[in-house]
Write a protein that binds this ligand. Structure first.
Ligand SMILES: [Zn+2]
Length: 171
């Protein structure tokens, strides 16, 4: 009998504005909270710099003084991204990993069957920094913006749809 795969809701995106908002500067700095382990910091840097940078005109750059924060929180989902905006301009984005979950933070190693993969989730959440939305259509299960993740799953390559959406937002 074929075992049915169980999907887990990857992330809530909390939006504080219904307007179509964008960054006014395509150089976006982010901060790595002191509550992040070195492994999480590496995963976030890798997701922003190695995966997303170069895809569109939007560039992520680490800055210890930025208030666009990555950190840890107690959450109901693996991660959450909060987007604050005013006058159609994004003024702050914060992303938090769920500190209640078991995480694999190694860039190259696969997660154990009971672990979530930090790099996979970081790439997905950075997609929300573009204002890309989750898709729950199984047709796009290879896309980074697919809204479900399994424990033990690692997915680190942008799909055509991810890239096309990012380039549409920031040509
Ligand atoms: Zn999401």
């Amino acid at each position: 009998m074929k075992e049915k795969s169980v999907h887990f809701y990857l992330a809530d995106t909390v939006e504080f504005s219904l307007a179509v908002t964008k960054w006014s500067n395509t150089k976006v700095t982010y901060d790595l909270g002191s509550d992040l382990s070195r492994g999480f910091k590496n995963a976030v840097d890798h997701a922003g710099v190695m995966v997303w940078n170069g895809v569109s005109s939007l560039e992520f750059e680490y800055s210890g003084t930025s208030f666009n924060d990555w950190g840890m929180r107690e959450l109901d989902n693996p991660a959450v991204t909060q987007i604050y905006s005013t006058d159609n301009k994004i003024i702050e984005v914060n992303t938090y990993f769920n500190e209640l979950e078991q995480w694999n933070t190694a860039i190259l190693a696969d997660p154990d069957p009971d672990e979530l993969d930090a790099l996979t989730v970081a790439i997905h959440e950075f997609g929300h920094w573009f204002r890309l939305r989750d898709t729950y259509d199984d047709m796009y299960s290879d896309a980074m913006m697919y809204g479900y993740i399994d424990y033990g799953e690692k997915k680190v390559k942008l799909s055509y749809e991810d890239i096309d959406a990012a380039q549409t937002m920031y040509p």
